[in-house]
Write a protein of this length. Structure first.
Length: 177
């Protein structure tokens, strides 16, 4: 059937998404390491440390750290669905233990920059229907993974978290790297 569910399309997309998440995590982690160094340098400047700039950079660092954590969870969910493909293939309804996982990936497809998630969402929409897709995107019944939703939230981190991050980022050993 044209545009219908195809396990032979979904399975490699899940594997590719897993690899893409791994690459994105490594890239963001490298960038975060550099950001920590820059924050440490700003806080070490003499005669007056540039705390405001450091605070702004710490906020971006926290957002990146949250994104990495969300990517790690989403990567695990892709791996789980890859391993459970036979079960998915042979059941009409989404298995109850996979509802949160499938819904979270569908929701995340519009929140993260991993192209394979769009195809994964299309395949699950073809399998479980438009209503399931809409429920997932709207988080009806709180079915999404709360940690992923919180980590990918558009709300800025709290001021106290940014302040604590500034203090932690000022590790003198970072200045010698």
């Amino acid at each position: 059937m044209f545009g219908g569910f195809s396990a032979s399309k979904l399975k490699p997309r899940l594997k590719m998404a897993t690899n893409r998440f791994q690459i994105a995590i490594a890239k963001k982690s490298a960038i975060m390491k550099q950001q920590k160094r820059e924050i440490a340098l700003l806080l070490a400047e003499e005669p007056i440390p540039k705390e405001e700039k450091a605070r702004i950079r710490a906020e971006a660092l926290i957002r990146d750290d949250n994104t990495v954590e969300a990517y790690e969870i989403l990567q695990l969910e892709c791996e789980l669905l890859y391993e459970r493909m036979t079960l998915i293939q042979h059941t009409e309804e989404c298995p109850s233990d996979l509802v949160s996982c499938v819904a979270t990936l569908m929701w995340a497809s519009q929140m993260v920059d991993i192209a394979e998630l769009q195809e994964i969402r299309k395949q699950f929409r073809a399998k479980y229907g438009k209503k399931f897709d809409e429920s997932a995107v709207a988080n009806e019944g709180g079915i999404l993974n709360e940690r992923v939703v919180a980590k990918l939230s558009i709300h800025p981190p709290t001021a106290i978290l940014v302040r604590v991050s500034n203090v932690r980022a000022f590790d003198p050993s970072l200045l010698t790297c």
